[in-house]
Every structure is written in C-alpha cells, then in structure tokens.
Ligand binder design. Structure first.
Ligand SMILES: Nc1ncnc2c1ncn2[C@@H]1O[C@H](COP(=O)(O)OP(=O)(O)OP(=O)(O)O)[C@@H](O)[C@H]1O
Ligand SMILES: [Mg+2]
Length: 261
C-alpha cells in the first residue's frame, strides 16, 4: 500500500451568497505499509476534508491523490471508513452489519458470515452475533463499526474521530484494542482525533494541521504505540516523561493556532 497526496487543495464552492471555503491548501503527504498516521488540529482545519479526499468521497480542486500509483477517483473496497458515530444499519443484527460490505461485493452467505465472525471475535464481540445493534452500548456499537470496516480487508483504514463519543475508560480500552488489531492485521491507518493524548499514543506519525486554509503545519514521528505493543502498560506510556513533554509541546502549538485564528 502506498498513498501519495501531491500538492492537493480543496475549495468548497460558495453556497447561498457565502464566500467559497478554502478548506485545504498545498497538502503533501505520503503513507506506506503498516503506518498509523494521526491528524490533529482545531475544529474546521480540514481534517475530515483530508480524510474524504483519501476515501474518494471528494476530489481535490487541484493536485492529486494517488493510491498505489493510481489516481483516486472515488470510493473503493481498498479503503474503509469508520465514522465518529457508527453508521450501522439498525434493522440488522451484529453479524449482518459486519458482513454488509461483503454482501455488497456479492460474496456468498457462508463465506461472508465466516469472515464476519472472525472479526466479531477479534473485536471481542463473541456471543453478540445475533443481537440487534440498538441493544448494544455505544462502545460495542463502535466496535461493530470497526469490525465491519475490517471485513472487506481494506489496505487502508480511515477513522474520523472513531472514539470521540466514548467515555474515558471505554475509550482507553478501545485505543488498546485498535492498536492490537493494527499490529495483527498490518493495516495502514489514517486516524483523526481531538485528543492530543490519544494522537500521541496511537500514531507512528502525527500531523498537526493549521486552519484557514488547512495546511499541515507540523509533523512528528512517534514511538509510543510501539512501546505499548512491546509490552509497556498503556498508562505507564502515557505518564512517561517524554510522552508528557511532547504532549505539552503539541498542545502549545494547537493553542497558538487557536489564538491566531
Ligand atoms: N461540504 C462543504 N461545503 C462547504 N464548506 C465545507 C463543507 N465541508 C466542510 N466545509 C468547511 O471546510 C472547513 C473544513 O471542514 P472539515 O470538516 O474538514 O474540518 P475538521 O477539521 O474535520 O473539523 P472538526 O474537527 O470540527 O470535525 C470548515 O471551515 C468547514 O466549514
Ligand atoms: Mg471533522
């Protein structure tokens, strides 16, 4: 998997007499196999716009987005998206929701249920295959959303604030779960969050975006998820001196941007 975004910009056309919105300008980003890129930045700085470009929901106004050398011209099975609020189908049970993408691809029911059950198990949802999704907690619904994104075996997993709606404890557990899955499946992940701590903990690389127009203002390489996967306890990683120092540095950048905006 190789993603390359070359000098991409996005201008949303004007609506109802308003000025056009320059959401992204001059975005350059490459992403390789098994990378975990996290995007941080103030609300409105263009994080979702960037994700939508990669997903192919949106075309750049100028520049290009290449996936394995091919120009991205729309959504595809090689990329799956997990939204902030799960977008599950409420009339289907857990297994049918997880298998839904495979059904769209025409995979026969035996194979799609076998694959769905594998990811249901990976996400710790054994025993809930036949449950209606409305009967699950928010954290479990979000895990169903992640399982569904994984069943199509995408090269690239795109996550837009997937844990934003969860309480603190569930959120930390979900972070650890996602890192475990990332290690096990070797996916490349593009992950948006508003939490600096979550960003530092999860990513192999961090991009901090600045608003109006959205640009990548800072880039950091991150060692922390590998330390966690190497056996160090999550809270210990997050309480370590280098983690806290970087957290404060990134917070300063974001606050400075907010004040300038
Ligand atoms: N479809 C659209 N039409 C017009 N303007 C849009 C559209 N989508 C987003 N915008 C504007 O583009 C800018 C970037 O929006 P985007 O949703 O990418 O930001 P974001 O960083 O994801 O914000 P948040 O953290 O609040 O989710 C904002 O000013 C937003 O109002
Ligand atoms: Mg957004």
């Amino acid at each position: 998997m190789g993603l390359a975004i070359n000098d991409a910009s996005v201008i949303y056309p004007s609506a109802e007499g308003r000025d056009p919105v320059e959401a992204l300008r001059g975005i350059n980003l490459t992403m390789g196999e098994n990378e975990f890129i996290v995007a941080l930045g103030a609300s409105g700085c263009g994080k979702s716009t960037l994700l939508n470009l990669i997903a192919g929901f949106l075309a750049p106004t100028s520049g290009e987005v290449l996936l394995d050398g091919e120009r991205v011209s729309g959504p595809g099975a090689d990329r799956s998206v997990v939204f902030q609020k799960h977008a599950l189908l409420p009339w289907l049970d857990v297994r049918e929701n997880v298998a839904f993408g495979l059904k769209l691809q025409g995979v026969d029911s035996k194979r799609r249920y076998r694959t769905a059950d594998k990811f249901i198990s990976l996400l710790g949802l054994d025993g809930f295959e036949g449950s209606p999704v409305y009967a699950l907690s928010g954290g479990m619904q979000q895990r169903v959303g992640i399982a569904r994104a994984l069943t199509c075996d995408p090269k690239l997993l795109l996550m837009d604030e997937p844990l934003g709606a969860l309480d603190a404890l569930t959120r930390e557990k979900a972070q650890e779960l996602i890192l475990g899955i990332w290690e096990e499946t070797h996916k490349s992940v593009f992950f948006i969050t508003h939490s600096v701590e979550e960003a530092l903990f999860m990513g192999t690389r961090l991009i901090v975006m600045s608003p109006r127009p959205g640009r990548i203002a800072h880039r950091f390489d991150l060692p922390f998820s590998r330390r966690f996967l190497g056996g160090e306890a999550a809270r210990q990683v997050k309480a370590s001196r280098d983690f806290i120092e970087l957290r404060e540095e990134v917070l300063k950048i974001i606050f400075a941007d907010e004040e300038a905006a």
